[in-house]
Ligand binder design. Structure first.
Ligand SMILES: Cc1cc2nc3c(=O)[nH]c(=O)nc-3n(C[C@H](O)[C@H](O)[C@H](O)COP(=O)(O)OP(=O)(O)OC[C@H]3O[C@@H](n4cnc5c(N)ncnc54)[C@H](O)[C@@H]3O)c2cc1C
Length: 339
């Protein structure tokens, strides 16, 4: 049986999310292998669809547990377009499991495709429903744990309830919450890399432009330390003046509550929470934010949480490992100076 991971990358290197996703796929492979009624030999395949993306493919081949890397290299994949990537993934799925091409309910055969695993990132969320629809199965999003060959845990209601979901579909299409799975170890004996024809589908969408925010800071989703600010910062100028020196000293990424983003204190891609990014750094410093459940949904799995708030009853203190009841404008500059 085969599992397929669709890699997220920038042609030169895999995104950190791909390493966590390979790890989630390995956990699923182990669960398939130990399924008592039908233990299976599992092969973990990775699709790298890109343009001049050999480096990313080489990196994927060195990841622990990867059996085979498929490189679909062509101009159609120079930019990440979900429609093109979905067609490419489907083309490979039909190559790996020809029975699925004629009968979408096929699968579950000893040498067939069992699962497609994607990161729970913008790319994965864009691709999973398309692939699930093409395969006529349900997509299971944002899994945080593999319980067995067909059963997963996933958070609902902003992380307040953990639901257990069982699938009866022959092929599983899942997205994995990257913070719930350790990054796979690199440096294994390289797996084989094979070329697969780059599919250039006549799609209704085309790439126009991409506006990337450039930053010297670590990427928010994978940063080890996050300094995050809320509405109490009061303005974009104060957000920068108070938080940037602390983040600089700690080599941290900057984050924000939705209230701070909506007020224009911080850019959109800084938002942490239910409708923002999900982070789980070693250290999360929440400054001048109340700790609304929608915010907690994005950061409560952080290893150590430090909260600074002048209200001792602020809900953020319920999840904080260390709390400081103080005016942020007084204590944050003092803290920065002491580091
Ligand atoms: C569907 C939905 C989705 C949402 N998604 C998200 C999301 O993804 N992320 C998110 O963050 N929110 C989200 N929200 C919004 C969320 O409910 C809260 O409104 C928001 O998180 C509040 O932001 P805040 O903590 O910065 O502001 P507030 O709740 O206003 O808290 C400000 C805090 O600062 C403290 N404070 C004030 N002055 C000082 C000072 N000088 N020093 C120290 N402390 C001070 C106050 O005591 C207070 O606790 C969502 C809401 C909905 C309905």
């Amino acid at each position: 049986m085969k599992l397929l991971v669709v890699a997220e990358h920038n042609h030169k290197a895999l995104a950190a999310s791909t390493l966590n996703t390979i790890s989630a796929a390995s956990a699923l492979a182990k669960a398939q292998a130990s399924h008592p009624s039908a233990p299976q030999v599992l092969e973990l395949h990775v699709l790298v669809a890109g343009h001049q993306a050999e480096q990313a493919a080489n990196q994927a081949a060195r990841c622990q547990g990867v059996h085979q890397v498929w490189l679909a290299d062509g101009p159609a994949h120079a930019e990440p377009i979900a429609e093109a990537l979905a067609s490419q993934a489907l083309h490979l799925i039909h190559t790996l499991d020809p029975a699925l091409a004629s009968d979408a309910s096929a699968g579950h055969k000893a040498d067939g495709l069992r699962a497609v695993v994607l990161p729970s990132s913008t790319m994965g969320k864009n691709l999973a429903p398309r692939l699930a629809a093409m395969l006529n199965v349900a997509a299971i999003s944002d899994i945080t744990k593999v319980i067995s060959h067909d059963t997963f845990e996933r958070p609902i209601y902003a992380g307040n309830v953990i639901s257990t979901v069982q699938s009866i579909d022959p092929v599983l299409v899942v997205t994995a919450r990257t913070t719930a799975f350790e990054a796979v170890v690199s440096g294994a004996e390289p797996a084989a890399i094979a070329a697969v024809q780059a599919v250039d589908p006549a799609v209704l969408s085309r790439f126009v432009s991409q506006a990337l925010s450039k930053s010297e800071r670590p990427e928010l989703s994978s940063a080890k330390v996050v300094v995050s600010g809320g509405r109490a910062l009061g303005s974009a100028e104060q957000y920068q003046a108070v938080l940037t020196p602390l983040a600089d000293k700690l080599g941290a990424a900057l984050g924000a509550s939705r209230a701070a983003v909506d007020a224009g204190y911080a850019p959109n891609d800084y938002q942490v929470g239910q409708t923002g990014k999900v982070v789980a750094p070693n250290l999360y410093i929440a400054i001048g934010m109340s700790g609304a459940i929608q915010h907690l949904a994005g950061m409560k799995d952080s290893k150590v949480i430090v909260a600074i708030n002048k209200d001792p009853d602020a809900p953020i203190f319920q999840v904080a490992d260390y709390g400081l009841v103080a005016d942020l404008f007084e204590v944050v500059p003092q803290l920065t100076e002491k580091i």
